[in-house]
Design a protein around this ligand. Structure first.
Ligand SMILES: NC(=O)C1=CN([C@@H]2O[C@H](COP(=O)(O)OP(=O)(O)OC[C@H]3O[C@@H](n4cnc5c(N)ncnc54)[C@H](OP(=O)(O)O)[C@@H]3O)[C@@H](O)[C@H]2O)[C@@H](O)CC1
Ligand SMILES: Nc1ncnc2c1ncn2[C@@H]1O[C@H](COP(=O)(O)OP(=O)(O)OP(=O)(O)O)[C@@H](O)[C@H]1O
Length: 509
């Protein structure tokens, strides 16, 4: 009260002539009125304040709604994108602006999509990441990205190098029956750009192979009693070994090849396993299982053999991508190149994609991701996730982590089929023998190049995937060029003559 009087003192002017009592009454009346007035003013002010506050909240709500709608829209885009990917067989058609690579894990592929910048700062950001298409198909831009990674790992030709620096490759194979295969692989390695190419073969194959080419260094040791030791002596000088072309199935030779693989693993040398080397692996997978510097290059037959040995199931002909992925995983994430009409390449890595959001309510989330009909809820156990409305979808995997009150999804993750890189570069319909040997020889060189190039050159990606893509496209391009010239009479030797120009066409631009 005291404060009230003081505050209002200047407005009170009681008449001086009035008796004390009535003056008091008058004063009381005035005070009552003033009190009433004050209360009224106070109420008005409060009302004004609340009206203003209400308006402010409305605006805030609208802003949130708009933001929310934007985020929902983005999730829908994601849904459409994934639905498109799973249903499209020939062309991926998104043209989402790529931001600097943001990898879901250390192996995920280029062109990750990061929508961070598209989200407002007021809400926790939505992050949609997807690793490089490594899925069914690629846009031209995606393909160009991988070609660029291959180009990055090719060592420049300079006057400062000495012989051997650009690659010393060993081919383990060549027996009485098969002399062409190791020759094709070894000469291709040279034509691609290796400096030295060694062939470790049996005694009776050696002279024949030497007669094909003076460029090759041929060691007639593979059937000698101390074969493993003889090859081991050379291993410190080799950058990679290709095991299998023309090796045959002789028990002694396979046993020696096994010993060479073991010695190479100890030295950490990249190993490419092809042809009869794959036969050996399908008998004893543990020999190479888990050695991630190995690349397996099976044709369809070799792939089936290995798949059945590892997964105890026949190949699922309706899911080639999944089979390649599973075989690679079963082998401990080795790089697998399944050769064929389209070469399928995988290191078994799955690509996590993530959507993070704190605004989406369950039903909205369900709606937004409704088009992800090819997805499955990840069966990871999140305590708050059991009544997730997205459960039961098939194919890829999704996990949703709700807040404590199960109202808002704070984290959504889905998963693509995994990394399956497809090389469908144009080759030809000619299927003469020896093309796989060209591939393994060129892969021997490219695996070394990519391996030593470092993560910066491969954009942090698995160098063996980059090498495999490079070797597959080169083989197919050589095939294409040779077929243009020779048609049905084209042979592996004709392809070898094209390796140089094919290489220039693809990589020296
Ligand atoms: N000039 C040389 O010296 C050359 C030597 N070479 C060397 O020969 C060795 C053995 O190699 P490989 O491929 O013939 O043996 P392997 O895997 O047992 O196949 C056997 C049978 O499997 C089938 N088949 C094959 N591919 C298939 C496919 N894609 N899709 C479906 N089926 C397929 C086909 O069966 P068919 O159709 O005859 O019934 C085939 O006959 C090895 O050391 C290699 O390096 C070669 O490099 C060539 C040049
Ligand atoms: N149907 C096809 N169409 C186009 N290219 C193909 C086809 N099949 C295989 N290729 C290409 O030929 C290359 C060799 O694959 P192929 O299946 O002939 O290997 P392989 O049987 O191991 O060969 P090799 O005769 O040397 O043992 C692969 O890189 C692949 O790109």
């Amino acid at each position: 009260m005291q404060g009230f009087k003081e505050v209002n003192a200047p407005t009170i002017t009681p008449p001086l002539s009035q008796p004390k009592r009535s003056k008091k009454r008058h004063t009381n009346l005035t005070l009552d009125k003033m009190m009433e007035k004050f209360l009224q003013q106070s109420m008005d002010t409060d009302e004004k304040f609340y009206r203003f506050e209400e308006q402010r909240l409305k605006i805030e709500d609208k802003r949130r709604e708009a933001e929310h709608a934007r985020e929902l829209q983005m999730l829908q885009m994601l849904g459409q994108m994934l639905a498109g990917i799973s249903s499209t067989v020939s062309q991926r058609s998104q043209s989402i602006p790529a931001s600097p690579p943001r990898r879901a894990n250390h192996r995920s592929y280029a062109d990750n999509f990061n929508y961070n910048a598209m989200t407002a700062t007021l809400s926790p950001p939505i992050v949609i990441e997807r690793s490089f298409s490594l899925h069914r198909t690629h846009t031209l831009k995606d393909m160009e990205n991988i070609f660029q990674l291959v180009r990055n790992v090719i060592p420049p030709l300079t006057g400062k190098k000495h012989k051997g620096q650009d690659g010393r490759i060993g081919i383990v194979g060549g027996c009485r029956e098969y002399t062409g295969a190791p020759y094709f692989a070894a000469i291709t390695a040279l034509k691609v750009g290796a400096d030295l190419s060694h062939v470790f073969c049996t005694k009776d194959a050696a002279t024949v192979i030497k007669s094909y080419s003076p460029e090759l260094i041929v060691h007639p040791v593979l059937d000698s009693p101390n074969a493993i030791h003889e090859v081991e002596k050379w291993l410190p000088r080799l950058h990679s070994v290709v095991i299998g072309p023309g090796l045959g199935r002789d028990e002694v030779l396979l046993e020696n090849a096994k010993g060479i693989i073991e010695k190479s693993k100890v030295k950490g040398i990249p190993i490419i396993i092809d042809a009869d080397g794959l036969w050996l692996i399908s008998q004893q997978p543990s020999l190479i299982q888990g050695y991630q510097r190995a690349i397996l290059t099976p044709n369809y037959m070799e792939f089936s053999r290995l798949y059945e040995a590892m997964l105890r199931d026949p190949v699922d002909s309706s899911d080639h991508h999944g089979c390649v992925l599973r075989l690679s995983q079963a082998m401990g994430n080795l790089t697998v190149v399944q050769k064929g009409e389209r070469d399928l390449i995988s290191d078994g890595e799955k690509a996590w994609s993530t959507v993070v959001d704190s605004l989406l309510y369950k039903d909205e989330l369900h709606h937004a991701l409704g088009s992800l009909s090819t997805m499955t809820l990840l069966t990871e156990t999140y305590p708050d996730c059991e009544d997730c409305p997205l459960a039961g979808k098939n194919k890829s995997i999704l996990h949703v982590l709700f807040t404590k009150h199960k109202e808002k999804a704070v984290s959504v993750k889905y998963f693509c089929d995994g990394h399956v890189l497809v090389c469908s570069h144009e080759g030809s319909s000619r299927r003469c023998g020896g093309q796989g040997d060209l591939l393994s020889g060129s892969l021997g060189v490219m695996a070394h190049w990519a391996f030593v190039a470092g993560a910066e050159k491969t954009n942090g990606q698995n160098p063996f995937l980059v090498a495999a893509f490079g070797a597959c496209s080169l083989t197919r391009q050589s095939n294409h060029q040779a077929f243009q010239k020779f048609g049905r009479s084209m042979t592996a030797s004709d392809m070898i003559s094209e390796v140089g120009t094919a290489f220039n066409k693809l990589f020296e631009t």
